[in-house]
Ligand binder design. Structure first.
Ligand code: GDD
Ligand code: MG
Length: 373
C-alpha cells in the first residue's frame, strides 16, 4: 500500500504576519477555503479510482508535527472528515530526516513494508489529477526499489531549493508518464552554481516530495546518518500512545542530530559514499502541474487567481487605479489607491506593507522581532 506521510513541522516565517510560530503557514487557508494541510490530504482523493491498474491502495495519512500543533492538526483533519493513521508529535523539530525516520518506523507497525509518499504540508498544486498520475507511476517504481523524486522545471536561479540532474530515460513496465534517472542532487546551491544549473538545462528543482519503501529509507539513514537512526530508534521505542497521537520523549528525540532529508540522504545518494546500486535506484519524475511551495507573499500572488488588473484581493479589500497587488484583509477593511506591485497584509496586531520584489526580505522583520525577544 501507499502510505502518505505529511511533514507538518515547519514555521513558514516569510509569510509574516499571517504565519506565526503558533500558527504556521500550513494551517492557514492561503490558496483556497481549505488550509494548506487540508489541501495536501485532499489532493490524493481519487488516486485509486483514477489509476486502477497501478493497484496503489492508498492508506490513511500519517502526520508528523510539533507537539504544540497537535490540536490544530487533529481539528483540521476532522473538519474534512479524514481520520489519520497516526499523528506523531515532536517535542521539538529536528528537521525532516528525523521526522521521516519516525514516520517510517510508525508506518512499519501495521503494514509489512509500506511505500511512503512523503509530502510537505505547505505546498500548492494546481493540476491535482496530473499530480496523482505522477504519484501512481512513482508507486510502481518504488515497489521495485526506486527512490523517486519529483522535479520542477526551474524558472529562476532560486537558492532555496534542491537541484536534481536529470539523466537518461528510465525504463519501467506500466508507466503512464516519463521517468528519468537521477544523475545528481545538490541541496541549496550558491547563486552562481544555481545560475549555471539553470543555463545548462539539465537540472530540475527538487519539489520536496519523495516516494520510497519505508525499509529503504531506514536502511539509507542507518548507512549515511547512523546517529539519527540510533537516536530516533531509541525515542520511537519509548514513545507513548495517546489516542491517535504518538508522543516522544523530549530528551530522547532531542538527542538526534538535526538534518534535512536532502542533506542527510539525497545528496549522499549521489555523492562519493554512494555505490552503483544507489545511483541506479534514484529516479526523477518531472512534474508540470502548477507546483509552488508558496515560499513568500509574491509566490502567493502568483498562484492565486488575479482580477483583470492583476490584483489578488482577500477579505474586505478595495483597490482603485492599482495593479498587480496582493491585499489580505480579514479583520478590517483595507484600501489601496494608485499603487502597483504592493503586498499588504493586515492582522489584528500587525500590518505588513512591502513591495512585491522585496517579498523575500520579510525575514528581516522576523530577525528584528527575535532580537526584541
Ligand atoms: N515534522 C517536521 N519536523 N516537519 C518539518 C520539520 C521538522 O522538524 N522541518 C520542516 N518540516 C516540514 C515543513 O513544514 C515542510 O512542509 C517540509 O517539512 C520541508 O521543510 P522546509 O523547511 O520547508 O524545507 P525547504 O523548503 O527549506 O527545502 C525543501 O523543500 C524544497 C521545495 O520546497 C527541500 O526538500 C528542497 O530540496 C526543496 O527544493
Ligand atoms: Mg519549504
Amino acid at each position: 500500500s501507499l502510505q502518505p506521510v505529511i511533514l507538518s513541522g515547519g514555521s513558514g516565517t516569510r509569510l509574516w504576519p499571517l504565519s506565526r510560530e503558533a500558527y504556521p503557514k500550513q494551517f492557514l487557508p492561503l490558496t483556497s477555503e481549505h488550509t494548506m494541510l487540508q489541501e495536501t490530504v485532499l489532493r490524493l482523493d481519487g488516486l485509486d479510482a483514477e489509476h486502477p491498474r497501478h493497484a496503489v491502495g492508498l492508506a490513511a495519512p500519517l502526520l508528523i508535527c510539533n507537539d504544540a500543533h497537535r490540536f490544530l492538526v487533529a481539528e483540521q483533519l476532522r473538519v474534512i472528515g479524514v481520520e489519520a493513521a497516526c499523528i506523531v508529535l515532536e517535542p521539538k523539530g529536528r528537521n525532516t530526516a528525523p521526522a521521516l525516520t519516525l514516520a517510517a518506523l510508525a508506518a512499519t507497525q501495521d503494514d509489512e513494508d509500506p511505500i511512503l509518499l512523503v509530502m510537505p504540508a505547505d505546498h500548492t498544486i494546481r493540476n491535482e489529477s496530473g499530480f496523482r498520475a505522477a504519484v501512481a507511476d512513482a508507486y510502481l517504481l518504488a515497489r521495485e526499489g526506486a527512490v523517486v523524486t519529483f522535479g520542477i522545471v526551474p524558472s529562476k536561479p532560486e537558492t532555496g531549493y534542491g537541484y536534481i540532474r536529470q539523466g537518461r530515460v528510465y525504463q519501467a513496465e506500466g508507466l503512464a508518464g516519463r521517468a528519468y534517472a537521477l544523475d545528481g542532487f545538490v541541496e541549496k546551491p550558491d547563486a552562481e552554481t544555481a545560475q549555471g544549473y539553470l543555463a545548462s538545462g539539465d537540472y530540475l528543482w527538487n519539489s520536496g516530495i519523495f516516494v520510497l519503501k519505508a525499509s529503504l529509507w531506514l536502511g539509507l539513514v542507518e548507512r549515511f546518518c547512523p546517529d539519527i537512526a540510533q537516536a530516533v530508534g531509541k525515542a520511537f521505542v519509548a514513545a507513548t500512545e495517546d489516542g491517535d497521537f504518538l508522543r516522544l520523549d523530549a530528551d530522547l528525540f532531542g538527542a538526534s542530530p538535526s538534518d534535512s532529508i536532502d542533506y542527510a540522504v539525497m545528496e549522499r545518494l549521489c555523492g562519493p559514499d554512494a555505490d552503483a546500486d544507489d545511483l541506479a535506484s534514484a529516479v526523477v519524475i518531472p512534474l508540470d502541474v502548477g507546483w509552488s511551495d508558496v515560499g513568500a507573499w509574491s509566490a502567493l500572488w502568483e498562484v492565486r487567481e488575479q482580477d483583470a488588473a492583476g490584483n489578488v484581493l482577500d477579505g474586505d479589500a478595495f483597490v482603485h487605479n492599482a495593479r498587480n497587488n496582493l491585499l489580505m484583509a480579514n479583520h478590517r477593511m483595507v484600501a489601496a489607491v494608485g499603487v502597483d506591485d504592493l503586498i499588504l497584509v493586515e492582522t489584528p496586531d500587525a500590518v505588513l506593507v512591502a513591495s512585491k520584489e522585496s517579498a523575500q526580505d520579510v525575514k528581516a522583520v522576523i530577525q528584528f522581532l527575535q532580537r526584541q525577544g
